[in-house]
Write a protein of this length. Sequence first.
Length: 123
Amino acid sequence: MEIEKLFYMYDFHDSLINKIEYKPDDNMVVISLDLLNWRQRGYKETEPEIIPRQLIFKQVSKFEISSNNISTFFLKEYNGDEILEVDVNSNLAVIKSYDLKELNLILIEAKDVEMLEESIAND
């Protein structure tokens, strides 16, 4: 799916980033997150409010992170990095997240992205 289409279809505001994996040999970035299901169009009160998901960016041509803690950015369990907003332009996504201490910018340029349920992605 095109990046622009995915971020138009889903609302990622305040969703929690749990982990980011950069796989340069596969040209892939995987972001594990807790999606706020209650913020999505068509949400029904009988559904879970939060659902685990993975965003899998494929054919990544650019991946950058702006953070004061860049050395530990990939090593920590996030437990609180909330997505503030996502700016999208064609195949480029800039994800702004924060962890109560600082604002982090995650820039990903990729040809394709898909969103999977966490349990399916880990099988």
